[in-house]
Design a protein around this ligand. Structure first.
Ligand SMILES: [Zn+2]
Length: 184
């Protein structure tokens, strides 16, 4: 398929961008896809945008590793003082990055980053459509992870064996506790 060779080259499609957090004012780097490098080839059956050489959906979220504030680039930094305070009160201090910094984002890391964006949405109380949009992004990431497992021919893999932490929790679990266990 040529897929393995393309995936190994993923680093050449991304770069580190330095940013300043809108909530805690600390600097951090976030990985972004180089404009024009990857070629768009269409969408799949769950409307995921597909590119040659890289799964760009892994790089859709900007997340501050210091306080946990996360969002898509379109909305990143666009917070009211009250929303900033809500993030400080509810996320900063409880959040800690528990994954290793690597040259590219694994699906597991990308999924955690996306969940932090979802948590940010829930805490700051923006539009439900924004949360729905992030849930769709989460589905794209799980789709990529499943494809990755398939291509690795993981012998233990079965569709029902894949863990969906958000979906697998009891419905009585509160929103914040439904998300937090995955980050600690
Ligand atoms: Zn921050």
């Amino acid at each position: 398929m040529g897929n393995d060779m393309e995936i190994k080259d993923e680093k050449s499609y991304i770069f580190d961008k330095t940013m300043k957090c809108n909530v805690c004012n600390k600097e951090f780097t976030t990985k972004q896809v180089r404009t024009g490098k990857a070629r768009y080839t269409g969408t799949n059956d769950i409307l995921k945008p597909l590119y040659t050489g890289i799964d760009s959906t892994k790089y859709d979220i900007i997340m501050c590793p210091h306080c946990g504030y996360a969002a898509v680039p379109r909305t990143y930094g666009k917070l009211t003082p009250k929303q900033r305070q809500l993030i400080r009160d509810n996320i900063e201090g409880k959040f800690k990055v528990t994954w290793k910094e690597e040259d590219s984002y694994s699906y597991d890391v990308a999924i955690r980053r996306c969940k932090m964006a979802l948590l940010t949405e829930m805490i700051t109380g923006t539009k439900i459509s924004e949360s729905a949009y992030l849930c769709l992004r989460l589905a794209w990431l799980y789709d990529g992870r499943i494809e990755e497992l398939r291509s690795q021919n993981a012998s233990e893999y079965t569709p029902v064996g894949v863990s969906f932490p958000l979906l697998g929790l009891p419905v009585t679990t509160s929103v914040s506790s439904a998300i937090w266990p995955s980050f600690t």
